[in-house]
Design a protein around this ligand. Sequence first.
Ligand SMILES: Nc1nc2c(ncn2[C@@H]2O[C@H](COP(=O)(O)OP(=O)(O)OP(=O)(O)O)[C@@H](O)[C@H]2O)c(=O)[nH]1
Length: 410
Amino acid sequence: MIYQRHIPREELFSAQLEMLMQNGQMATVVANLVGLVATMGIFWPFVEFTSIMLWGAAFLILLLVRSLSMSNALVNHSYRTNPRGLFWRLILGSAATGLVWSSAYIFAATRVPITMQYTFLLLIVMITAISVGFSVIVREYFISFLLTALWPIAWWSLVHYWHEPYNLLIGLVLLAFTAVLIVICDRVHRTFRNMLALNWERETMARELGDMAGSLRDRNRQLRDARRQLTDLANIDELTGLGNRRMVNTALKAEINRARRTAMPLSVILLDVDYFKAYNDTYGHPAGDEVLQRLADIMQNATSRAGEVVGRYGGEEFILVLPGSSPSSAMRIAERLKEFIAEAAIPHGESQVAGHITVSQGVATVQADADVTPEDLIKLADTALYKAKASGRDAIVLEDAPRQPRVAEA
Ligand SMILES: Nc1nc2c(ncn2[C@@H]2O[C@H](COP(=O)(O)OP(=O)(O)OP(=O)(O)O)[C@@H](O)[C@H]2O)c(=O)[nH]1
């Protein structure tokens, strides 16, 4: 189940309170204000000026307090933080308003003509009926108004039926009307609750789906990162940090295609450490590893152009892929490497060509029009390297396809 199916009771309660205030605040004030003005108009000629003004002012203050209290609750979100407290405040406000109407009726009943009294009653009934619409969101809110506004009038009418025979009828009608309103209120209230619950479910589902989409995006990103790391691991030589044979082959393939497209030459240098077995035997394998690492650094420092790739091609064999390098510029790079390695002067007592580490290099260049494969180019460089070794080591040999190889230095 990806979302909670039923709205929790407290969530529903808070949502009811919020909805009641959002919809009911303005309606409460307007309906009661209209009622208040109409009441003053009806009673003006019959009730003492001071009494009617005091009643109007007190009622206005009550409406103002209720309205402000609702605004505060909406701003402070107290329908979430203190829903019970807010509930009782709302019920109290509603009951107080109901009492204002019923007490005004009972007060006026003996002071105004019977027609005015019934007109006033009609007004109260209308305000009550109108308030069903919004106030039943919280059933108790409506019922408290209903019971305080209409019940006292109903009972008063029943008790005072001998003053005026119609009072008996009015009392009974009001009791029946109250009962009908309670039934209607219950129906409308259930509809509101269902609507709120459905709304909540829809929002929860949308939020859950949003979260799921977010976590899927995260998962995808993690997968992409993991894939990238795996690719890096699969392409990088652990000892030297250079690209491995796999990576070099991929780069070579791409560069040969580019060389064909751009009609630029492409060179590679295969570089092999001289008498490295003897070095390992003399200085130990870990020292041999260090030599390989130092040579890797030197090669990386010797290449600077974009697209140039340095890789470890085998045990003590390295490769440099030099896009756009003519035979002469590739030879210059090989010479520079040789110089850097000589400058590093890594002692090698068992070398038969120098007192330090030396390398042999096979340089091969493909011309753009030559239809060669990566394997051909490597083979060419390997042949050159073999020749460099054969020529006595610490040498550079260029194989410039399809020309004949020549020894640069022996
Ligand atoms: N320390 C170390 N040695 C390695 C590594 N990979 C290969 N080697 C050693 O490199 C040596 C290569 O020896 P050979 O192929 O006989 O060549 P060489 O002794 O360098 O002689 P020439 O290449 O003919 O000059 C072997 O002893 C390998 O064990 C490595 O990762 N670390």
